[in-house]
Design a protein around this ligand. Sequence first.
Ligand code: F6P
Length: 531
Amino acid sequence: MTQRLRCDETPAWTALQAHYEQVGRHFDVRADFEHNPDRFTQFSQQAPHVFADLSKNRIDTQAEALLLQLAEQCGLAEHRDAMFAGGCINSTEHRAVMHYLLRNQSVPATPGEVAAPVFRGAVADAAMPEVNATLRAMLAFAEAVRTDEQITDIVNIGIGGSDLGPQMAVVALQAYAITGKRFHFVSNVDGDELGEVLEQIRPNSTLFLVASKTFTTRETMTNAHSARQWFLDQAGPDADLGRHFAALTTNLEAAQAFGIRTTFGFRDWVGGRYSMWSAIGLPLAIAIGEEGFRALLAGAHAMDQHFVSAPLAQNLPVRLGLLDVWYRNFHGFSSRSVAPYHHGLRRLPAYLQQLEMESNGKRVDAQGHTLGYSTSPVVWGEPGTNGQHAFFQMIHQGTDIVPVEFIAVREPAHDMPGHHAQLVANALAQAQALLQGRSDAGGHRHFPGNRPSSFFVLERMEPVTLGALIALYEHRVFVSGSIWGINSFDQWGVELGKQLAQDIQPRLASGDVRGLDPSTAGLLRQFRPRF
Ligand code: F6P
C-alpha cells in the first residue's frame, strides 16, 4: 500500500479547522433546523437493517462535505478496499484483517430478500472453503447440543473478545434462545465468578467451552484448569472430559494438550474483538440455532456490502466515523455515551468499549510515529431508561458535551401493554430535550440544549438486525481509525500490565519488594502475610 497522508497534514484538515472556528464552534442545531427544511433528510438514512438519524448532531452540510474530502485525502476508500482484498493492514502484527469473510454468506438476510453477493477474489476464494467447513461443523455441533437433553448448562470460559461478543449477543437475543438451557459466561480470574457458576451446575449436564484465540491468556487458562479440576473431582473416575469440554481457538495444539478433543478453529486474521462471527460465537449458535446464527451473519454481511459499495456520502459507517473525527478532533469532545433503549442490549456498552477503545486507543500512527491529535473517545453507557435516573443529569446540564447514541426497536419481543410506547417515548423525549433545552427558566432549571445525539432505529431485536448493527460499529471504528492513521487491529497497550502481573504474583508470596516503586511496594505489603 502506498504511504498515506496524515490526516492533520491534509488541506481538508486545515479547512475543517477554519470551518470549526467560523461556524462549528457556535453551531446551533436548532437554528439550522429552522433555516434548513431538509436537515432531517440530509442527515438521516436507511442502511441495511438500521435507520439512523444524525440530524441532531452539531454538524452542517459544509462540515460533512469537508469531512468527506478528508476521507478522500486520507485514502479511506483505498484502505477499506485493501482490507477487503486481504491486504496485510494489521502491519504491526503482520496480519490481514478478514473477519468479514466469516459472514461472507450468500443467504438472504430476511425471507424473500435478495441475498447480498459474496466477496470474491483470490484471497477470499482461498479462505472460504475452510471458513465454510468450520461453520458447518460448528453449527452441526451446536444443533447436537441443542437436542441433547442431558446438557442443561453451557459455560463459556473466555475474556475480552472471547467473552464480550458472544455474551452480549446471547443476552440480546434471549427471545430467540432455546429454552431449557442456561448460558453462563466466566471471564474474570476472580474465583468468585467461577465459584458462583459452579454452585449452580452439575458436571454431567454441563458443557464447558474454553474460548481463547491464543489459548494462553492467563485468566482464561486459570479458570479452565479450575473448571477441569472441579469436573474431575465431581464426576468421579468415569468422567468423560471429552464430552463436557470443547475449545474455540486458533491454537488447536494447546487445546488438545489441555485434553480437549472437540475443537473449532479460526485464523489469526480474526482479531479477538472481531471474533464473535467465528467459532467464538459457538455459545450464541447453541442459543439461537443454525437458522439464527446464519441470519446474524447475513445481517453483518449486508452491512459489509453497504460499507464496501455505498458512495461515501451515503455510507453509514463512513458518516458515523467521520462524525466521530469531527467531534474528537475539532469540537474536542472526549467521550460518547451509548444508550440502548432495549433491555437486551445491556451488555452492548461493555462490548463497544472493547471494540472502540482497544482498537483506536492509540497514541502513535501505524508507523509508530507519535500523533499530534486525539484518538479514541471514552465510550460508556447504560440502557435507557435507567441512565436517565443516573447520569443523564450531567449530559443535560453538566459542563462537558457528551454526544449520546440512542438505539431503539420498533417492535418489542414482549406483549406487556404500554411498556414499549413508554420506553420509546422516553428515548425520543431525551433526544428532544437534549436538542431543545429549556430557556423559560433560569438557574438550576435552565437547560442549555443544542446537546448532540444520534438515533438508531431497528425493526426488532433479532439476529439479522443485531448482526447488521455490530458490523456497523466495527466499520465505523475502522473509519475513524483509518482517518487517524492508526492500526486499529493491534493492542500492544495490554501487554505491559500482563508482564508486570507475572512479576508481582511471586512477590506476593515472597514479600520481595526490591526494585518496586514505593507505592507498589507499600500496597504489596498490605496484602502480606495473606499470601
Ligand atoms: O486483552 C487483550 C486481549 O488480547 C484481547 O484483545 C482479547 O480479546 C483477549 O485478550 C482475549 O484473548 P484470547 O482470546 O487469546 O484469550
